[in-house]
Design a protein around this ligand. Structure first.
Ligand SMILES: *Cc1c(COP(=O)(O)O)cnc(C)c1O
Length: 376
């Protein structure tokens, strides 16, 4: 089976793990700190504005607490959002307000968000679909006008930029995921970005029991280092030196990963453009860069599911992301989302990862062509 996503790990990661074993320090330590510093450089920000955590979903949940979002507040998010985003909003007692998206980019636009704003709107939880940046200038202007916080789920936007700024660094809080199916992977892990050092300090405490001072070695108090105070009833959601060691190696490989993904993207574009029953990803404006996380096609003739099944029977695994939250009965939120419905019913994500061989992509294209000849 050709996987739709898969990680690329090598001896560099293994060797870095060996060094962690030798150091005998597995917890949050110097490798985590180094990863925060290097990642801050990568996104052209400061180490004083970033913080690691154990996963991006934790970041979504924590952002609700950090921005004081509670019962009675409303949070706007695209109905095509990651399930963890929906859960984060609902779990804190806030009202989940869903907005529609652009039918071709699957990103929420300022016009979609504006329709949902009420005096109770506290935040917008944006998703950069497949690593393609949302139109941030318009969205930030809207947020400013209405005094609304912006949270960026840039989980898959590890190399995505908007007008020279890394996505995830534009809103109040942003986050990237390094879970097993992302681009930069370390098993589980995430980076958070804050628009102020004060917010970062609040997050630092929240993600470690609300402790005012760190215990053990990190505590400079000479006596009775076991005493402590807390500022809030925080979580324990930190990265460790094992995952950070892998993440550091993966970070170095990002340019190579991007090159490979861009090549696959171009190949699909070139080969599939003749197929009139498909819409291919839109050409991006020249002021953005993407991370090529998804390569998604849109099947215009209602045969998306049939195509997915045909490909799977031929050993090619595809998927669709993200299942609309307005169709999830558990959320109990309904409404009219024509663009999201269109996108959810015709979009298919093709295999996209660094280990795809030329023979794989050729085979995938051939099978799509074969499907077209037979059924379209
Ligand atoms: C993967 C993903 C997440 C969650 O990341 P984890 O690190 O697995 O918790 C959140 N949002 C989006 C868009 C994702 O793709």
């Amino acid at each position: 089976m050709i996987n739709v996503y898969q990680p690329t790990l090598g001896k560099e990661e293994l060797e870095s793990l060996e060094k962690v074993f030798e150091s005998n320090w597995l917890g949050k330590g110097k490798r985590v700190i180094e990863f925060e510093e290097k990642y801050a450089e990568h996104i052209k920000s400061s180490k004083d504005l970033v913080l690691t955590t154990n996963c991006c979903s934790e970041g979504l949940f924590s952002s609700m607490h950090l921005l004081d979002i509670k019962s009675g507040d409303e949070v706007i998010l695209p109905t095509l959002s990651f399930v963890g985003a929906g859960n984060a909003v609902c779990a804190c007692g806030a009202k989940m307000v869903l907005c529609d998206v652009d039918p071709r980019t699957l990103n929420a636009r300022a016009e979609d968000i504006e329709k949902c704003i009420t005096p109770r709107t506290k935040a917008i939880l944006l998703l950069h679909y497949g690593g393609i940046p949302c139109e941030m200038d318009e969205i930030m202007a809207l947020a400013k006008e209405h005094n609304i916080k912006v949270i960026e789920d840039a989980a898959a936007g590890v190399c995505s930029t908007y007008k020279g700024k890394a996505v995830g660094t534009i809103g109040d809080i942003g986050m990237w995921s390094f879970d097993a199916m992302k681009i930069l992977v370390c098993g589980d892990g995430a980076m958070l970005h804050f628009n102020s050092q004060e917010l970062r300090r609040k997050a630092d405490r929240w993600l470690y029991f609300g402790l005012e001072t760190k215990s053990g070695y990190e505590n400079s108090v000479a006596q009775k280092w076991w005493e402590f105070d807390i500022s809030c009833f925080g979580h324990r959601a930190i990265m460790n030196d094992i995952t950070a060691a892998m993440a550091l190696e993966q970070l170095k490989k990002l340019p190579m990963f991007m090159e490979k993904r861009a090549a696959v993207h171009e190949y699909y574009n070139e080969k599939l453009k003749e197929l009139t029953w498909l819409d291919l990803p839109l050409q991006l404006p020249d002021y953005v860069t993407t991370s090529y996380y998804f390569y998604f096609i849109q099947v215009k003739n209602g045969k998306r599911d049939q195509l997915a099944k045909f490909l799977r029977e031929n050993g090619i695994y595809t998927t669709y992301r993200y299942y609309p939250l307005h169709r999830v009965p558990g959320y109990g939120v309904t409404g009219n989302f024509p663009n999201a419905d269109y996108a959810a019913d015709c979009t298919l994500c093709l295999p996209m990862h660094q280990s795809l061989e030329a023979a794989d992509t050729r085979f995938i294209v051939e099978k799509i062509e074969e499907f077209g000849n037979k059924y379209c």
